[in-house]
Design a protein around this ligand. Sequence first.
Ligand SMILES: [Zn+2]
Length: 150
Amino acid sequence: MQIVKGSFTLLAKDGPIEPISLQRNSIGFCHCGGELVSRAYFPWMGWAVAAACSDCHRLILLEYGTDWTWRKDTALEEVVDPGDVDTQHPVEVVPVSAVPMEQLQSVFTRAEIRDLLALQEGRPYVRQNVYRARAKFELFERLFRIRIKP
Ligand SMILES: [Zn+2]
């Protein structure tokens, strides 16, 4: 099961569920012996509580019946809302020559940058460097919200 980072929206199979409370209570113990502290309460399949371990920081969804009898625990994965990211920081698609050098240098080697530029400008380039650079395009996009025109 997934939960959206920040907003604590639970991404359930039957659709997103908004929390009705973000109270922090001690609600039990993790397998590691740490304390489980609630992060968000949901009216879902009875009740569900997202909790984090104070020691290992594992996220767990504790599921309860409508009468608060415990049913089961599920692992929770924190995700960034893709809808959120797209509307707030749309990805720009630009040629490599238009990307600030500082940003390029934080991901690519000097040889990779040189050969990406050479490729774009139709000059001779080392194929291996371009391959290596392309393998990092996704990382670059995640870091800077800029997609380099291939
Ligand atoms: Zn733990």
